[in-house]
Design a protein around this ligand. Structure first.
Ligand code: COI
Length: 355
C-alpha cells in the first residue's frame, strides 16, 4: 500500500510541556486514516480534524471498537524514539480477532508511525515524564443496525503530547490510593477482558466513580467468579512484592497482556529480582500488608508507566502498604524503564526504535 501525505499549512501552536498539559487534550497537526471494505485501502496522513460518520455506523450502537496506546520519547541527545510500538500493533491484531475485526499489517503500521512521528517531531516533549502519546483506533463504520460484525471499518491514529496520567504525579513517582471494588467486576472468563476494546472501559466507570467518592484515585478489580482473586488496578496490570518476590496475576484471559507489564517482568529478571506470575487473593494481599510480607504494590501501564499504591481501601477499611510511599523495587524498575525510554540507560531488550 502506498502512503499518501497531505500536510497542513495552518500549523497549530504547540502547547507548553509543563503540568498544564494534562493527558490527551492537545492533538498534533495531523492524523493517519485508512478504510477497510474487503481489504485495507487509502492509507493517508492528513490534517487532524473531525470524522464524518453515518449515525447508523455500527460502532455507535454495538461497540465494535478496539484501540491501542503507546508513547514516543525524546532522549537526552534530542533524538526521538519509539518504544515497543510493534508490540502494540501486534496486540491490536489480537484484540481485532476477539472483536471479529480485520487484521492489520503490523510492520506496515510501524513504518507509518515512523513517518507520522517524523512529521510531528516538534510535538515530542523534551522533558522527562512527558511524551507523545499515540492512539491507534479501529471502529466499525457500516451503517446498518443489524447485530453482526460490520463489513466496513475505519482505522485512525492520532497523537498528543502528554504529561503524567495521574495529575497528582506531575512527572514524578508518587503513590496513589486505590479502592477495591466489591460491587462491580471488569471482566469475566470468556468475555473481552484481554481485548483492548471500548466497552471494558465504559463498564469500569461506575466503579471509578465509587473510588473517587471514597477519596481514591483508582479501582482494584477482583475476579468475576469468586470475587477474591486480584486481577487489575484501574486500567493497569497489578504487581505486588510478596516475601521479596515480584508477583503479578497471570494472563488467564480476563486480563490485558500489558506491554508495560511484560517490560516490568523482563526488567526484573534482568535485574535478578525474582518474578512469578500467579493468582493471589485480596485476603492474601491484605493479610500480607498487615503482617509485613507484602511490602509494595504497584500498577503498570503505558499511560502511567509505574503507579505505586500506598493505600488500599477494602470493605471500608484503609490499609497502608509498606512505607506508605514509593517502594524500593518499584523505584528501581521505574528508573530502569524510564532510563530505556529516555535513552539514559542502555536497552538490552531491543525495545527502542529511533526515528
Ligand atoms: C494505560 O494504562 O496505558 C491505559 O490503558 C490507559 C489508557 C486507556 C488511557
Amino acid at each position: 500500500m502506498q502512503l499518501s501525505i497531505t500536510r497542513r499549512t495552518d500549523l497549530k501552536q504547540i502547547p507548553a510541556f509543563d503540568s498544564t498539559l494534562g493527558f490527551g487534550r492537545n492533538f498534533t497537526d495531523h492524523m493517519f486514516l485508512m478504510e477497510w471494505k474487503g481489504e485495507w485501502k487509502n492509507p493517508r496522513i492528513v490534517p487532524h480534524g473531525t470524522l464524518e460518520l453515518d449515525p447508523a455506523a455500527m460502532c455507535f450502537h454495538y461497540g465494535q471498537e478496539i484501540f491501542e496506546g503507546m508513547k514516543v520519547f525524546r532522549n537526552a541527545a534530542g533524538r526521538i524514539q519509539l518504544f515497543r510500538s510493534i508490540d502494540n500493533f501486534r496486540r491490536m491484531n489480537v484484540s481485532a480477532k476477539r472483536m471479529v475485526m480485520p487484521p492489520m499489517d503490523a510492520d506496515f503500521l510501524n513504518e507509518v508511525l515512523k513517518t507520522f512521528v517524523d512529521i510531528e517531531r516538534k510535538w515530542v516533549p523534551d522533558r522527562k515524564g512527558y511524551s507523545l502519546y499515540i492512539r491507534p483506533t479501529m471502529i466499525s463504520t457500516e451503517a446498518v443496525l443489524g447485530v453482526r460484525p460490520s463489513e466496513e471499518y475505519l482505522f485512525f491514529m492520532i497523537a498528543c503530547p502528554v504529561a503524567s496520567f495521574f495529575p497528582e504525579q506531575e512527572g514524578q513517582l508518587k503513590a496513589v490510593k486505590i479502592f477495591v471494588s466489591t460491587d462491580y467486576v471488569r471482566a469475566a472468563p470468556g468475555g473481552t477482558g484481554s481485548a483492548k476494546t471500548a466497552g471494558n472501559y465504559a463498564a469500569s466507570l461506575s466503579a471509578q466513580v465509587q473510588a473517587r467518592a471514597a477519596g481514591c484515585q483508582q479501582v482494584m478489580w477482583l475476579d468475576a467468579l469468586e470475587r477474591k482473586y486480584v486481577e487489575e488496578v484501574g486500567t493497569m496490570n497489578i504487581f505486588a512484592v510478596m516475601d521479596g518476590k515480584l508477583v503479578t496475576s497471570p494472563l488467564t484471559g480476563t486480563i490485558l497482556a500489558g506491554i508495560t507489564r511484560d517490560s516490568v517482568i523482563q526488567i526484573s529478571r534482568h535485574m535478578e529480582i525474582p518474578v512469578e506470575e500467579k493468582r493471589f487473593t485480596i485476603d492474601e494481599l491484605i493479610g500480607g500488608i498487615q503482617s509485613g510480607t507484602v511490602t509494595e504494590v504497584f500498577g503498570s501501564g503505558t499511560a502511567a508507566i509505574i503507579s505505586p499504591v500506598n493505600r488500599i481501601v477494602f470493605k471500608g477499611e484503609e490499609y497502608i502498604v509498606g512505607n506508605d510511599g514509593v517502594g524500593g523495587v518499584s523505584e528501581k524498575i521505574y528508573n530502569k524503564l524510564l532510563g530505556i525510554q529516555y535513552g539514559t540507560e542502555v536497552d538490552p531488550f531491543d525495545w527502542v526504535l529511533e526515528v
